[in-house]
Design a binder for this molecule. Structure first.
Ligand SMILES: Nc1ncnc2c1ncn2[C@@H]1O[C@H](COP(=O)(O)OP(=O)(O)OP(=O)(O)O)[C@@H](O)[C@H]1O
Length: 299
């Protein structure tokens, strides 16, 4: 099943080509990362997927339907970057209003509000007004709003921007908990965060699709990211190249090497590494399976 298909998608604003001939296919499943520098076109892509704006060229199908169509009501929802709550109404009453707009009757809407507030751990704040909530709590209310009706696709535009680490972690946990039933597409500048959540990454730059790749390694090869505490890095480089099954060794920081190797069933490479460290009396900080998202995108 294809979740989203964009063909030759372009969006021209009066003075700016925000999206330039983007074609991509996304499948349902684990969260998908949408990455790119400021002005790359991420919010524009979200707005097109929601049907808020129309493309200048090209087409979009979401589960076979056009964005904004009736068939997608309750199926796709979004947390906009600048989502705001109405200061005059309690959290429960405004969520209930949105549930009723989606077609829930009054009784079911009230139940749905209880359900989504539980999902974001804000049941106790149902009768609060937005002014009494912290920034992180407000963000979670907006996520609760996006979860009304258990949509199949949820677009989150910078869901953790400006949040303290504890609140950001809570939001990541909400996404993890729901990832089995909903496909999240998450735009963020925080690559570490996306790496923890996503299997697939779309990279936009100046409106063009630069990459649409799996973060997981290919079938035949794998990666280890090695961070050292104390060692002779040049000597280590030579030693790594001599190990069995190693294909390539790339230095990716002062103390870091990314090792690409032929996949094996056991832990042969890890064992070899530990033997080398032991022999040379070198200390390591981390042996990470795979490579960072930053390394995947920019190496
Ligand atoms: N309504 C608009 N009218 C004119 N230009 C716009 C409009 N909306 C966005 N743009 C421009 O289109 C480009 C893409 O903007 P967009 O907001 O999609 O980028 P973004 O990747 O979401 O950026 P950020 O990471 O800063 O949120 C930018 O140069 C922006 O200034």
């Amino acid at each position: 099943m294809i979740l989203i298909q964009c063909d030759n998608l372009s969006k021209q604003y009066p003075n700016k080509l925000a999206l330039d001939n983007v074609s991509l296919i996304l499948q349902p499943g684990a969260p998908i990362a949408l990455v790119g520098p400021n002005g790359a076109g991420k919010t524009t892509l979200f707005s097109l997927l929601c049907g808020y704006i129309q493309p200048t060229h090209g087409s979009i199908r979401i589960l076979g339907h056009a964005p904004g169509s009736q068939a997608l009501q309750g199926v796709l929802s979004a947390l906009p970057q600048d989502a705001a709550l109405d200061p005059n109404f309690t959290i429960a009453s405004q969520l209930q209003f949105f549930a009723q707009l989606q077609g829930f009757n009054k009784t079911d809407a009230k139940q749905e509000v209880i359900r989504v507030l539980e999902l974001v751990e804000l049941s106790d704040s149902a009768q609060a007004k937005p002014k009494s909530l912290s920034h992180g709590m407000s963000k979670r209310v907006s996520i609760a709003q996006a979860l009304i009706g258990a949509p199949e696709i949820v677009l989150l535009d910078e869901p953790t921007a400006g949040l303290d680490p504890a609140n950001a972690k809570k939001i990541r946990q909400i996404v993890k908990n729901l990832a089995g039933e909903t496909t999240f597409i998450i735009s963020s500048h925080n690559l570490d965060e996306l790496e923890k959540l996503c299997d697939h990454v779309i990279y936009l730059e100046k409106g063009q699709l630069q990459q649409s790749v799996s973060i997981k390694a290919s079938q035949a090869t794998d990666f280890i990211t090695l961070t050292m505490q104390t060692c002779d890095m040049d000597k280590l480089h030579q030693q790594l190249l001599s190990l069995i099954n190693v294909i390539e060794v790339k230095r990716s920081g002062d103390e870091q090497y990314v090792i690409e190797y032929h996949k094996q069933s056991g832990f042969e490479l890890e064992s070899q590494l530990l033997a080398v460290f032991n022999e040379q009396q070198w200390q390591y900080k981390a042996i990470l399976k795979g490579r960072t998202l930053e390394e995947t995108l920019f190496s």
